[in-house]
Design a protein around this ligand. Structure first.
Ligand code: IMP
Length: 191
């Protein structure tokens, strides 16, 4: 089976390659010579994941999946959510995003949040979606050097260290993305 992962992020692609059924040939946007990101203009994570997968199916006629992730902070009506990457502006700076989020949480007691990943899979003319969630809380200042994005301020439930203080392996065991991908892999393996 030939499957495109609609992403320009080769780390994400390598992570999932080894988990796919053996007869799956995984391509990325780079293999299709699509260097620019597909615009993520939908108002929801589901919408963006579908949009990125659909683009490839329509233009290249190859089955495809795409993921979209957001950090949802409960007391901020699930902000930053779908705009997590560009919360503080189009420069897409994690540093700026974290500063803005911490400033919005000053004096808030309820700091519960979750990361949510949605995967849209177009396969043989059908659309399937898979969701992965990790619950946790936002701490008051950054801790840890690993990871990316909001990792230094997110402590998952059941832990007292941030995602940025965990090894990549440890994070991958419990992360939102890992859970969503595991669901899709289970589905593909059962075909
Ligand atoms: P994407 O949909 O995977 O590109 O994620 C969108 C944005 O959400 C990223 O630019 C990050 O700011 C944030 N994000 C996604 N996944 C993670 C994660 O595992 N840790 C921290 N931030 C993340």
């Amino acid at each position: 089976m030939k499957l495109v992962f609609s992403t320009g992020n080769l780390n994400k692609a390598n992570e999932i390659k080894s988990m796919l059924p053996e007869d799956t040939e995984l391509l990325t946007l780079k293999d299709l010579d699509l260097e620019d990101d597909i615009p993520e203009t939908a108002p929801t994570l589901e919408g963006n994941a579908k949009l990125k997968a659909k683009y490839v199916v329509e233009h290249y006629n190859i089955d495809c999946f795409a993921d979209d992730t957001g950090l949802e902070v409960y007391c901020l009506n699930n902000e930053p959510g779908v705009i997590s990457a560009r919360y503080a502006g189009e420069q897409k700076s994690s540093e700026d995003n974290i500063k803005l989020l911490l400033s919005r949480l000053i004096e808030k007691n309820d700091r519960r949040a979750r990361f949510r990943t949605v995967i849209a899979l177009h396969l043989d003319g059908n659309l399937h979606t898979f969701e992965g969630i990790v619950e946790g809380k936002i701490i008051h200042e950054k801790r840890g050097e690993k990871g990316f994005g909001y990792d230094p301020i997110f402590v998952p439930d059941g832990y007292d260290i941030t995602f940025a203080e965990m090894s990549l392996n440890e994070k991958n065991m419990i992360s939102h993305r890992a859970k969503a991908f595991a669901k899709m892999i289970e589905f593909l393996n059962a075909l």
